[in-house]
Write a protein that binds this ligand. Structure first.
Ligand code: GLN
Length: 542
């Protein structure tokens, strides 16, 4: 039977609870255990699909087509296990399920209440589908004391009693702020946060304490005494240079041993951490560096591009180079010549995006990359803009546009109304719900043998994750191919263009899917490894 680790946060938000959970997952895996991570999100949206990336950060898409919290990306990057729809739930979805049941009459006339109906629904979600795992790590979003997280906290409290003894433990992540005037790290916020948790019926087994400097022994003793945890269970979590240092850092502080001890697992199996050591070493001692321009929107909020940033770093890990990112708002290129901005970089990446604003600037960036033979990586919207660029500059289709921007005379990018997935017909309509018309999740693509992309993957059939409404219009394929733009990957039914490239360019690839979602530090995605390799080549020309 799976053992459960419930992870809560206190004092302030943004302490890195997702990364801490993911890193603990990696450490337990390194000891040979099978680990699953789940996230409970307190907000009322049914999923983050319709939330603005500027508020909530990136929407992470799973193979099974769920739009989920970006923490699932951390889980996947640290554990290598592909996340699923059933790893993330929100208050909105819980209530939606309950209200649907209530309307159907499933509650047989009972009064539907937070306890037990909402808490039962949460508990079912936590317990479901864990047969194949030794540990389930369950992270509760938000901070203890938030009104909206109360039912989740209550549900995990109940689970402490529902599960067999010593099958569930509680880890609480807090912060010790350094007060400069006193020259001290302070324990009080943690004490208050633990009190709050205790008032809700949960006594944490382990405190993971973020601090910007070493926590003195006396302060640890104090936390242990006032927060009712063993001295060895006060684990300091210091700031580290890279998130991929976190597993090793927490291991050195004894987090994983303490978790196993709390479950009474003794002696604990020895961990194998060589791969994490290698990644940390590669990041600390790069043999060179490259600069990549990311030309997009929302470049101010880096969380909107979380997986992309990580995938580029993974490309750096694969090539033993440091990757510097130059963030450029594409709208700038609509007023200014992009050359001075782009001449100094070793690669240009246009990421996914929505809406017309800034699109002309992205088209400029694609043109610059094509003409100047700078490595170009167009992802989703970035591929669509590269296709519009080719249509206008090479095929002479001046009015080439996307129907995403309004009715188009030449809909080179448009809404496909139907295609085959396996042997099922999938349909889209412009009138569908905002969130309902996307092509979401894993789709197979066939790569043309002999193309650069087939060589990079070392395969002719791939599966990658999608999140978009519009497609490159296959009706323009022949015309564009005659101008040198190869449609190197297509959906199995040949209706949806999936990848493009120029044969006469050192590295110019567009993909309709999001390869960044599947890149991991221990297994960098081949496209990102290859793109950074091309950037390294480009840097030699400078
Ligand atoms: N806006 C484009 C579409 O919906 C691209 C989406 C994306 O880049 N994820 O097709």
């Amino acid at each position: 039977m799976a053992r459960y680790v419930f992870i809560t946060g206190g004092v302030v938000s943004s302490l890195g609870k997702g990364i801490a959970s993911a890193a603990l997952g990696a450490l337990l895996q390194a000891r040979g255990y099978r680990v699953r991570l789940k996230k409970l999100d307190p907000y009322l949206n049914v999923d983050p699909g319709t939330m603005s990336p500027t508020q909530h950060g990136e929407v992470f898409v799973t193979d099974d087509g769920a739009e989920t919290d970006l923490d699932l990306g951390h889980y996947e990057r640290f554990t290598g296990r592909s996340a699923m729809q059933s790893d993330n739930i929100t208050t909105g979805r819980i209530y939606k399920n309950i209200i649907d049941k209530e309307r159907r009459g499933d509650y047989l006339g009972a009064t539907v209440q937070v306890i037990p109906h909402v808490t039962n629904e949460i508990k079912n979600f936590v317990l479901e589908g864990n047969e194949d795992y030794d540990f389930v790590l369950c992270e509760i979003g938000g901070t203890v004391g938030d009104i909206e997280a109360m039912p989740f906290v209550e549900a995990i409290r109940q689970l402490g009693n529902d599960l067999p003894r010593s099958n569930a433990i509680y880890v609480h992540l807090t912060l010790m702020p350094f007060i400069a005037a006193a020259g001290e790290l302070k324990t009080k916020p943690t004490q208050h946060s633990v009190k709050e948790l205790q008032a809700l019926g949960i006594a944490p087994d382990i405190l993971l304490v973020r601090a910007d400097r070493d926590i003195p022994v006396d302060e640890r003793r104090k936390l242990s005494l006032f927060c009712n945890v063993r001295p060895s269970a006060v684990i300091q979590a210091l700031d580290v240079a890279s998130i991929y240092d976190v597993p090793m850092a927490y291991h050195k502080e004894g987090l994983d041993s303490e978790v196993l001890a709390a479950f009474g697992i003794e002696p604990a199996p020895k961990p194998r951490l060589e791969r994490w050591e290698d990644v940390a070493h590669r990041i600390r001692t790069p043999e060179g560096e490259v600069t990549i321009a990311v030309v997009g929107k929302y470049t101010g909020l880096k969380d909107a591009y979380k997986s992309l940033i990580e995938a580029l770093y993974h490309g750096g890990i694969a090539n033993r180079v440091k990757v510097n990112l130059e963030w450029i708002e594409s709208e700038i290129f609509e007023k200014e010549d992009p050359s001075p901005w782009l001449e100094k970089v070793h690669g240009i990446l246009v990421p996914g995006g929505f809406g017309e604003r800034g699109s002309e600037g992205k088209i400029f960036a694609a043109r610059f990359a094509r003409e100047r033979k700078v490595p170009y990586f167009g992802i989703c919207f970035g591929m669509q803009m590269a296709v519009l660029e080719a249509a206008r500059s090479l095929a002479g289709i001046d009015k080439a546009s996307s129907t995403e921007f309004g009715p188009a005379k030449e809909p080179v990018i448009g809404l496909m109304t139907e295609w085959l997935k396996g042997n099922m017909l999938e349909k889209r309509s412009a009138a569908g719900d905002l969130g309902g018309t996307m092509r979401l999740g894993a789709y197979v693509a066939h790569l043309k043998p002999g193309t650069k992309i087939a060589e990079i993957y070392g395969a002719n059939e791939i599966s990658e994750r999608h999140r978009h409404r519009y497609e490159v219009n296959v009706d323009y394929k022949d015309q564009l191919e005659n101008c040198g733009l190869t449609f190197s990957g297509m959906s199995p039914d040949g209706v949806l263009p999936e990848t493009i490239e120029y044969a006469d360019h050192p590295w110019f690839i567009g993909v309709q899917y999001h390869p960044e979602l599947k890149s991991r530090p221990l297994e960098p995605h081949p496209l990102f490894a290859s793109f950074i390799e091309a950037a390294v080549e480009q840097s030699r020309l400078f």
